[in-house]
Each structure stands twice: as C-alpha cells, then as structure tokens.
Design a protein around this ligand. Structure first.
Ligand code: NCD
Length: 310
C-alpha cells in the first residue's frame, strides 16, 4: 500500500498522494480502535527514542503517547545539559549510540538539515520533528488529517497561511502536502516574513495558485482553512525587529464576525497572541482537535515505518 516501511520521515515533499491517503486511512482506523480500547499492541516490544534539542510540548508528548498506546516503550534524551551532548559529543555520535537501543528515532534540532544528517548516520528510521526553519513533516501530516476530518475530501480547497511564513517550518512542510491536492493558497505575512522564494517558485511550477498578501481578511474571505502561525521569535537575530512584527495578525471575535461563512481555524501551537481565547468556542476553531489528531497520526506513522501495517 505505501512504501513507508523502514523509511525516514524528513520532508513534506517525500510523500505521494497515495502515501497521504494511506496515512489518513491508518490514522482513522486507529482512532476508531481507540474508541473501543485504551491501547493497541501493534508495536509491543518496540522502543522509540525522542531527542529534542529545542523546546517542545505537543510533538514530544504526542510521540511518546503514540508509541505507548501501541504497546511500545520510549527512551528520551531529556535536557541537553544532562547528556553527553554537554560534553561536546557530535550529533552523529549521539544518534549512532541511540540507534543501538531504539527501533526508531524522533529528533528536533535547531539546525536545518540536521534530521537528514542524523538519518544518514544510522540504519533505523529517523523522523524529523523540526529542523530549524526547515521542515516539520509530521505536523503537516496531522494538519492534513485535521483538514480532512473537519472538511471532508481534500480536493480544491482554499487555504490561507498566516504569520511567519519565512521561518515557520510547519507551513514549509504543509504546502508540499497540500500541493498534491490542487489546493489554492493565500500566503498572508508581513513583507519581511514572506514564504521563501524557492518554495513559492517550486509551487508555481507545480501549477499551484498562490496569492501573496499582507491582508488577513482578503485571505480569510476566500478560504476554507485559516492556518495561523506564531512569529518565530527565536529565529530573529535582531529582537527589535521581532518587537515590530509581533501582533501583526490577530484573530478575535470582531474579526470572526466579519467572515461570511464558517472557516476552519488551525494553528500548530503554541499560540502567543494570534488567536484570542474568546475564539476557542467558535465551531470552526479546530486547534485543540488538531492536537488530539496528532496522536492518531503519529501512531499511524510509527506503525507504518516499523512495517506493522502492510
Ligand atoms: C511548531 C514548531 O515547533 O515548529 N510547534 C509544534 O510542533 N506544534 C510551531 C511553533 O513553534 O510555532
């Protein structure tokens, strides 16, 4: 069905439409199974290692939840200061070591390309949970699963991506997957946080319709999905620049009242000020459902790369 067995998960562009359909189907089956029982046993005896060199709440905890709900176990590097990384061990040596213990590695690291480096150093599957401003493919998979669940068939959707499109790795991965489904895209950002040119030109080559604008309302009125992102403070070398740009886009009740139809609002989280808490009760506010979907999608992915689903 898919060719994901034994594969690394590194980049949003590595998936075919068939892969995405298989992941959605598997996640959906797992979600149904979990309504009947607390846990499955598909990955009994398997060990997942989580190596997080940058902060994380959802990605690490949902992977750790996912492996345990499949009957497997987890080992975790913990804070960098408490491991040999603090003694100057290279990333390659760290992952080589961990691959002697685990069956699959999930890694988040501030350097773009680091997950690929890690994957090249070991023979077990490596999953990129965010490499600097590069990619975050498993977030994109849970995003697409959420869009599918909220809106049904993925064809011909209009999606607005709002915020820090320059530094946001989640949008960099998500556009690759959306481009498989003839999505039309609005890129809404301040002019110095635009989607990198290499990404927009490659999408245009694929025939994807793109509108770039600074006006969130223009995107929102045309869209089925509003994908909000945080301005990525940690990527700014000049914090005064961040101070100028933070708060550029905020969805609040007043903004919602101007929309003509229900829009699905997604956010990879954490939010800073992009969505006010009053929006949480809006029926289209999908970001906490999105969090939950992350567990099913990561369960599906682990089962697929470890070859436990045909
Ligand atoms: C995102 C990330 O780490 O890139 N968070 C996540 O994994 N849900 C988004 C962000 O930090 O803004």
């Amino acid at each position: 069905m898919t060719h994901l067995k034994g594969k690394d998960i590194l980049h949003g562009n590595q998936f075919s439409k068939k892969d995405i359909e298989a992941i959605i189907k598997t996640a959906s089956n797992i979600e149904k199974e979990l309504k009947k029982k607390d846990a499955l046993t598909l990955l009994k005896g398997k060990i997942l290692a989580t190596l997080f060199f940058e902060p994380s709440t959802r990605t690490r905890l949902s992977f750790e939840t996912a492996i345990q709900r499949l009957g497997g176990g987890v080992i975790s590097l913990g804070a960098v200061e408490s491991s040999s990384v603090a003694k100057g061990e290279t990333l390659t040596d760290t992952v080589r070591t961990v691959s002697q213990y685990a069956d699959v590695i999930v890694i988040r690291h501030p350097r773009t390309g680091s997950a690929k480096e890690a994957a090249d150093a070991v023979s077990i599957p490596v999953i990129n949970a965010g490499d600097g401003t590069g990619q975050h493919p498993t977030q994109a998979l849970l995003d697409i699963y959420t869009i599918y669940k909220e809106l049904g068939p993925l064809k011909n959707l209009v999606v607005s991506m709002v915020g820090d499109l320059k530094n946001g790795r989640t949008v960099h991965a998500l556009v690759e997957i959306l481009s498989l489904f003839q999505t039309r895209l609005y890129f809404v950002s301040p002019s110095n946080l635009r989607m990198p040119e290499e990404i927009t030109s490659h999408l245009k080559e694929k025939g994807i319709g793109i509108v770039e604008t600074r006006d969130m309302m223009e995107g929102a009125l045309a869209s089925d999905v509003l994908y909000m992102t945080r301005i990525q403070k940690e990527r700014f070398t000049d914090l005064s620049e961040y101070e100028k740009l933070k708060g550029s886009y905020i969805i609040n009740k007043e903004f919602l009242s101007k929309l003509k139809k229900r829009v699905s609002i997604l956010h990879p989280l954490p939010r800073v000020d992009e969505i006010t808490p009053e929006v949480d009760i809006y029926p289209g506010a999908a970001y906490f459902r999105q969090v939950r979907n992350g567990v099913f999608v990561r369960m599906a992915l682990l089962a697929l790369v470890l070859g436990k689903i045909p």
